[in-house]
Design a protein around this ligand. Structure first.
Ligand code: TA6
Length: 289
């Protein structure tokens, strides 16, 4: 009998699919939004989910890996970060398949419906594949234009990584890149990153994709995670609300900003445009260090 396991579970009352490898690594994916809500590797939870996250089945869930599609943030007429994170995707444990290198993978699916066509007139299929490997997690978004017109979209995998203290960590690998500072408030809007990114106040930045993988570590150089993204994710968003914004977010505890860092694989500065029949896909790769 195999020790690979895929089973239907509940997350705070919502349906979810749990994956488990023989070595104990596991992942939990809510059907709402195809949102990965837990990734345990080497006995440690690697993702952050707010203790006050909504779990009513339609409000965005604060944490894990929300899929922002077909719109990032408020860069368009749709609801913030698009509708994909609030809708039920289809998928079942029986869809799980072995993945190369001793892993397990599953794909969840969302297609256009009357509700999506009412706000976004496109025929599409979106697939979210979660590959769980010993020590690593790959999450891949694929989009297929099934309509007769061009399909433009922006998207992101808005990954909330669990950290041992926002002020105790740094993100390496973005040195020298010119980024957009969304919370400039009088400061430069397009500065050059100098060294590692450190946290403590509200940080909301869009970097171009770095040529190499990023590395999250503590200030005392204890390695935490390696974060890589495929080329089709053209940007990386780095977000931590800091204490003041966090206190105003109703679905975060006052100290939640200390426990999370979003490092997001994103395609947002120029929309992806799929011709009729066209397909796009890109993955984010997380590795426990
Ligand atoms: O990706 C960063 C960001 O766009 C921030 O500007 C911040 O608003 C964050 O996402 C969270 O958005 P949400 O709608 O989930 O509260």
């Amino acid at each position: 009998m195999s020790d690979f396991e895929a089973r239907l579970q509940e997350w705070r009352g919502l349906p979810a699919i749990g994956l488990r490898l023989p070595g104990g690594d596991s992942a939990l994916i809510a059907l709402q939004g195809a949102q990965v809500l837990s990734w345990v590797s080497r006995g440690q939870e690697r993702l952050f989910v707010s203790p006050q996250a909504a779990h009513d089945g339609h409000t965005p869930i604060r944490g894990g890996i929300p899929v922002c599609f077909p719109q990032f943030n408020q860069r368009g007429p749709l609801v913030k970060h698009g509708f994909a994170r609030t809708l039920a995707w289809s998928g079942q444990p029986g869809d799980a398949r072995p993945a190369e290198g001793g892993g397990l993978q599953i794909t969840l699916r969302l297609e256009d419906s009357e509700a999506t066509r009412a706000v976004w007139p496109h025929a599409f299929e979106a697939l979210l594949t979660v590959e769980l490997h010993p020590g690593a997690l790959t999450v891949r978004l694929a989009v297929h234009n099934r309509g007769a017109q061009d399909l433009p979209f922006t998207a992101a995998l808005h990954s909330y990584l669990q950290v041992p203290g926002a002020e105790q960590i740094e993100l390496q690998g973005l040195d020298g890149l010119v980024y957009w500072n969304a919370v400039a408030a009088g400061a430069e809007t397009h500065p050059v990153q100098a060294g590692a990114v450190r946290f403590g106040v509200e940080t909301d930045r869009v970097y171009p994709r770095a040529a190499q993988a990023l590395r999250l570590q503590t200030l005392s150089s204890q390695p935490l995670l390696q974060i890589a993204q495929d080329e089709a994710w053209s940007e990386t968003v780095v977000w931590n609300p800091g204490p003041e914004l966090c206190a105003r977010l109703p679905d975060m505890a006052p100290d939640s900003w200390q426990h999370m860092l979003c490092v997001e694989a994103a395609a947002i500065d120029a929309p992806v445009v799929l011709a009729p029949g066209g397909r796009w896909q890109a993955a984010q790769h997380l590795r426990a260090l």
